[in-house]
Ligand binder design. Structure first.
Ligand code: UDP
Ligand code: MG
Length: 317
């Protein structure tokens, strides 16, 4: 029996990109040696995206859609699609052709027919720097390096959400019940082997990215906070180092005063120290606050998304 691959496509304001995307996806799907179902997830778009999704579903077989009640963010949209997946494998890809559909067959092959000795339960693509904006690439390299160091979870620089997972991996992923999700980290945390496939960075086919630089920074910070308590430990270490330095300085000041009788010098350095300590305390208080807010949000146990409508393709006679 042929395998079924569920292809999940989160969409947020993608009215321009969707028709171009589907045309290319359909061409690649027809070449795959397996059956497919495509699940479009509309993540509360403000444009005609839900209408276009419904039109596509009415015109073509093997398509389904999930419409969320508002914008919950890409992670939630991906989760909504993955929960709907019925396939033996599930793939997630962007709707803007930055995840080239031709790599679906490469990823499927990597998981289905791995070389001797490899047992991947998932295959994922990572962008090589070629074609990427230099600043964006540097920034994401920085975030990824920090992430790997702070969280202890190692994902390649340029790792994307473009991924194909086996049913075993998918079921494990869905059994993780935290609502604040960073899927790249969670898939890595599961521990099953992932085959990483390089591809050249592609530009968006139409429309605009919904990420701003500050949004990306926030996403990176969220990712670190959801995976590790190392920032708190660094805070404690900084506190310990500061106390030791302060003690050494105090002894030095006492000795200096006794020997040279010079008690009033050093106001500028004192000012800098107070500023530094005040800043550090506020910074780490803020970090603790972020952890507490995460605990607060998790204890509410709200669902990560709310579904407004689901539907499937009209069957052709
Ligand atoms: N997306 C989404 N919800 C959001 C933001 C983005 O479902 O709140 C989708 C978007 O439609 C696209 C994918 O996630 O299919 C990647 O988004 P985008 O291209 O804006 O991000 P970038 O490629 O710039 O990282
Ligand atoms: Mg994109």
């Amino acid at each position: 029996m042929r395998d079924l691959i569920s292809i999940i496509v989160p969409c947020f304001n993608e009215e321009e990109a969707l028709p171009i995307f589907y045309e290319e996806l359909a061409t690649e799907i027809s070449k795959l040696p397996c059956d497919t179902e495509v699940i479009f997830v509309d993540d509360g778009s403000k444009d005609r995206t839900p209408l276009i999704i419904k039109e596509l579903c009415a015109e073509h077989e093997g398509l389904r859609y999930v419409i969320l009640s508002r914008n919950f963010g890409k992670e939630s949209a991906m989760l909504a699609g993955l929960k709907e997946a019925k396939g033996d494998y599930a793939a997630v890809m962007d709707a803007d052709l930055q995840h080239p559909p031709r790599y679906l067959s490469v990823m499927y092959d990597a998981v289905k027919n791995p070389p001797e000795g490899e047992h991947p339960e998932s295959a994922a693509c990572y962008r090589t720097r070629k074609g990427g904006k230099p600043v964006g690439s540097l920034f994401s390299r920085f975030i990824r390096k920090r992430f790997a160091k702070l969280s202890g979870i190692d994902i390649p620089i340029g790792a994307t959400d473009f991924r194909l997972v086996s049913r075993k991996m998918l079921d494990t992923y869905l059994s993780l019940c935290e609502s604040n999700r960073f899927s790249k980290g969670l898939f890595n945390w599961i521990g099953f082997e992932t085959k990483w496939i390089p591809y050249e960075n592609e530009q968006r086919c139409a429309g605009r990215s919904s990420w701003s630089r500050s949004g990306l920074y926030g996403y990176g910070l969220e990712a670190i906070l959801s995976f590790s308590d190392k920032p708190l430990r660094y805070g404690a270490a900084l506190g310990a180092i500061s106390c030791t330095l302060a003690l050494i300085l105090a002894i030095w000041v006492v000795i200096k005063t006794i020997i040279w009788g010079d008690p009033v010098a050093g106001f500028p350095s004192l000012f800098c120290m107070i500023l530094f300590m005040g800043g550090s305390i506020l910074l780490f208080l803020g970090l603790i606050g972020r952890y507490i807010s995460k605990i607060y949000m998790e204890t509410k146990q709200r669902p990560p998304y709310v579904t407004k409508e689901t539907g499937s393709a009209r069957k052709h006679e």
